[in-house]
Design a protein around this ligand. Structure first.
Ligand code: NAP
Length: 248
C-alpha cells in the first residue's frame, strides 16, 4: 500500500506502475482531478484499490488527515512517495514570506509531517523493514542552484536535509531516500529555448528517461540496505559544472 503526492505528470506514471504491481494507492492531489480519476480508473482495471484525497499540502491539518484516512480506509501503509512541489520563478528582489511559504510548506513541511505520521502507521507492519519513504528532490540543490528560483531551492534543500534526518530517526525500520531529479519533463515555467539549452548543457544530451525514474523508484521501494541517500538521476547534469546558463 503506497501513499503518493503530486500526480500531475511523473507521479501519474509512478502511480500507474505501482497499481500494475498490485499496490493499493492513496493519491493526494490538489487540482489534478483528471489525473487522479485516471489513476482511479487504472486501479479499477488492475483490480487494486485507489483512494483519492483532494487538498492542499501546505496545510498541516490536511497532511495529518491524509495519512489518517489512508490508514483507516486501506488498512496499512508500506510506502510514502512525495513528489508534490511548486516550481516557479521567485526573483530575489520579489522574495516574500508568501513566496517562501508557498514552496516550503508543500515541499518540506508536508514531507516532514506526512513522514512522521506515516512512520507511526508503518511500525505495526510485519518484518524488520516496515516501510519505505521516497522524496523527489532536485540535482541542482546539491550542486549548483541556479538564479531566480531561491524559494524553490531553499525548500528542496530542506527536503534533502529532511531525508537524511529522517533516515536516522526512522532506522532501523523505515528506509528514507531521495531521487534528485534532473531534466525529465519541461516545466511550464521554462520556454522551449531554455529547455533546449538545458539539454545541450547536459552531458548525456537527453532528458532523464521515465523508465529510469520508474526503475529507481521501484528499487527504492524494495531496497533493504539503502537509506539516507540523495541519488542524482539527472543525465549527468551534476558533473557539468555550474553551466545552467539558460536561467542563470
Ligand atoms: N520534471 C522535471 O524535469 C523535474 C526536474 C527536477 C525535479 N523534479 C521534481 O520531480 C517531482 C515531479 O515533477 P513533475 O514535473 O512531475 O511535477 P509537476 O508536473 O510540476 O507537478 C507538481 C505536482 O505538485 C503538486 N502540488 C504542488 N503544490 C501543491 C500543494 N500545495 N498541495 C498539493 N499538491 C501540490 C501538484 O498537484 P496538483 O496538480 O494536483 O495541483 C502537482 O501534481 C517534483 O518534486 C519536481 O520538483 C522534476
Amino acid at each position: 500500500m503506497a501513499l503518493i503526492t503530486g500526480v500531475k505528470r511523473i507521479g501519474l506514471e509512478i502511480a500507474k506502475t505501482l497499481a500494475k504491481e498490485g499496490y493499493s494507492l492513496s493519491v493526494v492531489y490538489r487540482s489534478s482531478e483528471k489525473e487522479a480519476k485516471e489513476i482511479e480508473e487504472f486501479g479499477r482495471k488492475a483490480g487494486t484499490e485507489v483512494l483519492l484525497l483532494k487538498g492542499d499540502l501546505s496545510r498541516e491539518d490536511f497532511c495529518l488527515n491524509a495519512v489518517e484516512r489512508t490508514f483507516e480506509e486501506l488498512g496499512r501503509i508500506d510506502a510514502l512517495i512525495h513528489l508534490a512541489s511548486p516550481y516557479f520563478r521567485t526573483p530575489i528582489e520579489d522574495l516574500s514570506e508568501e513566496s517562501i511559504q508557498e514552496h516550503f510548506r508543500p515541499i518540506a513541511q508536508a514531507f516532514l509531517i506526512l513522514s512522521k505520521e506515516a512512520y507511526r502507521r508503518m511500525l505495526p507492519n510485519e518484518g524488520d523493514i516496515k516501510g519505505r519513504i521516497v522524496a523527489f528532490g532536485d540535482w541542482a540543490v546539491e550542486c549548483t542552484p541556479y538564479r531566480n528560483y531561491s524559494a524553490y531551492f531553499v525548500a528542496k534543500g530542506a527536503l534533502h536535509t529532511a531525508v537524511k534526518v529522517l533516515a536516522k530517526e526512522f532506522a532501523p525500520h523505515v528506509l528514507v531516500n531521495c531521487i534528485a531529479l534532473g531534466p525529465t519533463l519541461k516545466a511550464e515555467d521554462l520556454t522551449e529555448e531554455e529547455w533546449e539549452r538545458i539539454l545541450r548543457n547536459t552531458p548525456l544530451k537527453r532528458t532523464v528517461s521515465m523508465e529510469d525514474v520508474l526503475r529507481l523508484t521501484e528499487f527504492l521501494l524494495s531496497t533493504e540496505s539503502v537509506t539516507g541517500e540523495i541519488i542524482n538521476l539527472d543525465s549527468g547534469r551534476h558533473v557539468a559544472g555550474s553551466g545552467i546558463s539558460s536561467i542563470g
